[in-house]
Ligand binder design. Structure first.
Ligand SMILES: Nc1ncnc2c1ncn2[C@@H]1O[C@H](COP(=O)(O)OP(=O)(O)OP(=O)(O)O)[C@@H](O)[C@H]1O
Length: 233
């Protein structure tokens, strides 16, 4: 069997509420799972069980209380829990993509450049990057007249589609998907399912949260149920 591109080991997370006299909220207590090339692991469990927290811990937006998050980066494992900030940024640039629920809008940057930017950062010539960005925006049914406009005034669904295009522009080996289909219509949901299938076919390892049951069934190679994990702990 091929080796995992992502391994989460004995991951713990407690939030400390400093404004509430240091009250501790335990969310994860020893979570472990790994993801191999071509897999899409779907995080399941009731609202509030910690699904988004897992993605944020893996991406390094939240600091784990204990445990390891090993990502295979340029052929060597990197533990994102203990890595220095520069290494975390390099892993994010080259290896670890994240499609969040909402687009972080940068003022005055055209939609096509928002999507092309991760590619340009990695050294792709701007015109080639914009061409790839345009193809993705087109697949996600963003009209060409919007390509040159900043997404600040786009609808919620349009912004989400720009965000998806940006997340899929570079073929990240590991990709985190936080409800990428939440405000999409059936046609665009189908396109996202297709993009995920294409990523599987090229050997990406993905972890996602999908509230839409049809999408979940279409893309999941395996479920990690955090409720069961918590009860077992
Ligand atoms: N920054 C934070 N500070 C304090 N508590 C937090 C923080 N982020 C999350 N939590 C708490 O951690 C728990 C898990 O939240 P999380 O958003 O991961 O759940 P979820 O399973 O993704 O829920 P949903 O399906 O509703 O999106 C919740 O009780 C939440 O209140």
């Amino acid at each position: 069997m091929t080796r995992p591109l992502l391994s989460v080991e004995a991951l713990e997370k407690r939030f400390t509420l400093h404004l509430q006299g240091g009250l501790e909220i335990p969310v994860l207590d020893g979570l472990g799972f790994s993801v191999r090339p071509g897999e899409c692991v779907v995080l399941a469990g009731a609202s509030g069980v910690g699904k988004s927290t897992v993605l944020k811990l893996v991406y390094g937006s939240y600091k784990a209380s204990a445990g390891r998050v090993l990502v295979s980066h340029e052929g060597a494992p990197v533990d994102l829990v203990s890595a220095d900030p520069r290494t975390v940024l390099d892993v994010r640039r080259r290896t670890l993509g994240y499609v969040s629920q909402f687009l972080r809008v940068v003022p005055r940057v055209a939609a096509i450049d928002v999507v092309a930017e991760p590619l340009v950062t990695l050294g792709m010539p701007r015109e080639e990057a914009r061409e790839r960005a345009g193809t993705l925006l087109d697949r996600l049914a963003i009209p060409e007249r919007l390509f040159s406009l900043p997404p600040a005034t786009f609808s919620g669904g349009e912004q989400q589609r720009v965000n998806i295009a940006r997340g899929f522009a570079h073929p990240y080996p590991v990709l985190l998907l936080d409800e990428p289909t939440a405000s999409l219509d059936a046609r665009n949901r189908a396109t996202v399912v297709q993009l995920i299938e294409e990523a599987k076919a090229r050997g990406a390892a993905m972890v996602g949260i999908f509230h839409d049951e049809d999408v979940r069934e279409a893309v999941a190679t395996r479920l990690v149920d955090l409720t069961a994990e918590r009860m077992a702990a």
